[in-house]
Write a protein that binds this ligand. Structure first.
Ligand code: SGN
Ligand code: CA
Length: 553
């Protein structure tokens, strides 16, 4: 028999202690605090995760947005159910897929009979406010005080629809939206109620216009090109080849690249889109003399130089020039989003309000920053499908957490309602993220998400498609005016360059995913009949002035 030594006893005691500690830890599941939190929902428009340094520091530093990630949780696999503005916002507010809440595209106004979660919070005693972009074609519901941009809104000296009618505010839109947000916190907040505050930026939406204070800095910068900038779309189906969002082919010269309309005329460049020059006038033409002077002092010399070079430039050079111009303006407009997030975080910390406030930072969808030669979004391919999602909630979320689960904008309503101890209606279709925020991952079981994009034929010409996405694969069906399936192996082909739908090696995967996709469509109440009905309505409204639609910009 072995001798029992003091050392052995110590080892046994330590081991027993370890076991009991472990089981104690396992049984102590974190729960929500009883006190109802305030919620600040920060959303920017078209803010790609590639342009947030918490996700990637290749393009820009966003130290303030990163503060939310550092103090909370960063989701690296968050996505949208339909990558376009108003449908995404409607999904966020209703907790339902687009075919259920009805806002399937940017074309028709939001159906006001739909129940949105701010209404439930308001009923439960929350004070509610919304500032910035909504893009519904009507005003928000369940919101005590709002100042929202009409339609897409303007970057300089913008108009706002408010509870008391329309106002125009002098300045740069991103600063103004945060001024309104801070002013509300400081002067309108009722101390005896928790609040739900939406602060939703227009930036960095097309035409990607920075604040005058950033013109100079960003137009001097040069950015790394993405690997797939010169994609020729071989290996993909018809939809990628016929989409109209290529930087070289489809960007506007004046509106997007900021070439002065008179220079377009001198160079013999036509306004192909029919609104290019209008777009320039709509934004740059809105500046006051002071703003315009800063603009001209920076952009004029750049365009003069381009005018000289243009006749000699080949397609590759033009593509490279357009990419740099695009990134300079897009990222320049993000610089002020980040600065303004910093203003808000400072205010919350100084007042101690940060302690019991959830801060969400997200975008209404992702965006192509030259990947596949594209700008815009709409496709289920990653850069557009995925969206940034950062959430900070002191004492609840462990600071600096990274989560890789497949969460969606569909889940936000149920998450916020649960955080506020308000029961979510049973017909909401998402899943509350609370288990993930608390670190109770074992309660999360989702292994696939559903996607459906509709707005076609229309701007950017991205064909209608629905898809199932798992951590490993993406199966897509483009079902209108073609009938094409695509399969991507997300692990082996993260840039999604090779459609392997006909590769025999994936035959079994395809069968299984098609079944799973059919189940998801059923589970969420989507069907071919509904697809046809939605399409019929869309085609009927197109070019029919008697049917009410939301203006494109
Ligand atoms: C505008 C833009 C499009 C953009 C849509 C939708 N064109 O129409 O490029 O896809 O908005 O954007 S523009 O020349 O008017 O800027 S969304 O974010 O509202 O869905
Ligand atoms: Ca958008």
């Amino acid at each position: 028999m072995r001798k029992i030594t003091a050392f052995n006893i110590l080892a046994i005691l330590l081991f027993a202690g370890f076991i009991s500690c472990k089981s104690e830890k396992e049984s102590v599941k974190k729960t929500l605090p009883e006190k109802r939190p305030n919620i600040i929902f920060l959303m920017s428009d078209d803010h790609a995760y590639q342009a947030i340094s918490a996700y990637s520091d290749k393009l820009i530093q966003t130290p303030n947005i990163d503060r939310i990630a550092d103090g909370g949780i960063k989701f690296t696999n968050a996505s949208v159910t339909n990558s376009i503005c108003a449908p995404s916002r409607a999904t966020i507010l209703t907790g339902k897929h687009a075919h259920i809440h009805g806002k399937v595209d940017n074309v028709f106004p939001f159906d006001e009979s739909q129940l949105t979660f701010p209404q439930l919070l308001q009923e439960a005693g929350y004070q509610t406010a919304m500032f910035g972009k909504l893009h519904f074609g009507n005003n928000p519901k369940g919101i005590d005080e709002f100042k929202i941009l009409p339609g897409q809104g303007a970057y300089y000296n913008p108009d706002f629809n408010t509870n008391e009618g329309q106002i125009t505010v002098e300045g740069y839109v991103t600063d103004i939206i945060m001024d309104m947000t801070l002013d509300w916190l400081e002067n309108s907040r009722q101390e005896d109620k928790p609040f739900m505050l939406f602060s939703m930026q227009k930036a960095p939406h097309r035409e990607w216009l920075p604040a005058p204070r950033h013109f100079k800095e960003f137009t001097k910068k040069s950015f790394k090109e993405p690997e797939t900038l010169f994609d020729d779309y071989e290996g993909r189906g018809t939809a990628a080849k016929t989409a109209e969002m290529n930087l070289l082919e489809h960007m506007n010269w004046a509106g997007d690249s900021k070439l002065y309309p008179e220079m377009m005329a001198e160079l013999g460049i036509e306004d192909k889109s029919g609104w290019d020059i209008d777009a320039f006038e709509r934004e740059v033409g809105r500046m006051n003399p002071e703003q315009r002077a800063v603009w001209d002092s920076v952009y004029k010399p750049i365009m003069e130089e381009f005018k000289e070079k243009y006749p000699e430039m080949n397609e590759t050079e033009l593509m490279k020039w357009r990419y740099q111009r695009y990134m300079q303006d897009y990222l320049g407009s993000i610089a002020s989003v980040d600065e303004n997030v910093g203003r808000l975080l400072d205010y919350l910390e100084e007042t101690g309000l940060d302690e019991n406030t959830i801060i969400v930072y997200t975008s209404d969808q992702g965006f192509y920053l030259g990947e596949h030669g594209w700008f815009d979004k709409r496709f289920v391919y990653d850069e557009s499908f995925k969206t940034p999602l950062l959430i900070k909630w002191p004492n609840v979320i462990t600071a600096g957490t990274t989560n890789t689960e497949m969460v969606q904008n569909l889940d936000f309503a149920q998450t916020i309602l649960e955080a506020a101890h308000v029961e979510a209606p049973s017909d909401m279709q998402g899943e509350s993220l609370i288990p993930l925020l608390l670190g109770n991952e074992e309660e999360w079981t989702r292994d696939a998400v559903y996607y459906h994009y509709y707005e076609y034929p229309g701007i950017h010409m991205v064909k209608r498609h629905y898809a199932i996405v798992t951590q490993d694969y993406k199966l897509i069906h483009f079902y209108y005016d073609v009938d094409e399936w695509e399969l991507y192996d997300r692990k082996k082909d993260p840039n999604e360059m090779n459609n392997v739908i006909d590769d025999p090696e994936y035959a079994e995967v395809v069968v299984k995913l098609k079944e799973q996709l059919a189940d998801l469509r059923k589970q969420y109440g989507d069907s071919s009949e509904l697809d046809q009905e939605i399409l019929r309505k869309y085609l009927e409204a197109k070019d029919n002035p008697d049917i009410e639609t939301v203006p494109l910009h």
